[in-house]
Write a new protein. Structure first.
Length: 173
């Protein structure tokens, strides 16, 4: 799988290696990660949470995103219509601009997924102040401007309100 995702199109050495190993190029990757966040939100037992940590999905997503020059990677169902429209218009192909945009979303998705896992482990182990704490937000609203009219701004929300408190309760205010 990874060879088909990472093979650089037009690179003779990559083409020879792919042919020697019977690896076909993969031009489109669509991945729906295991529902780790939902499993944790449902307060599932520890073993079930562990079972819902996706390993292969994030690895494939990252490989496809790295090779976005040739591979379209989709991690959000909201992007299906745009990808399908470009493929219909482009005879099955997508534009580099769309692939770059989707690669950025792919890296953000795997980062948020890993943040959820790391934070869940820290909370499960009752680590009040882990050495590293990743925070991942989801866009709630674009704002007209930041503190000054020439600045861009956006409002992001966290899945959990406990970041900043070690006890798992929402911070006041």
């Amino acid at each position: 799988m990874h060879g088909g995702l990472l093979a650089v199109r037009g690179d003779a050495e990559h083409a020879r290696a792919a042919e020697a190993h019977g690896i076909a190029p993969i031009d489109l990757l669509v991945v729906n990660l295991y529902p780790f966040e939902a499993t944790v939100a449902d307060r599932a037992p520890f073993p079930e949470c562990i079972e819902n940590i996706d390993i292969g999905g994030p690895a494939m997503i990252r490989a496809a995103a790295k090779n976005h020059a040739s591979v379209t990677v989709v991690v959000d169902a909201e992007d299906y219509p745009a990808v399908l429209a470009e493929m219909a218009q482009g005879g099955g192909a997508t534009s580099l601009a769309l692939r770059r945009s989707l690669a950025a979303k792919a890296y953000a998705r795997t980062a948020a997924y890993d943040a959820a896992i790391g934070n869940w482990f820290a909370d499960t182990l009752s680590e009040r102040a882990p050495r590293r704490r990743a925070i991942a937000g989801r866009l709630a609203q674009e704002l007209r401007y930041g503190e000054n009219p020439h600045q861009r701004a956006a409002f992001y929300v966290l899945r959990r309100a406990s970041c900043g408190r070690g006890d798992g309760r929402a911070a006041p205010g």
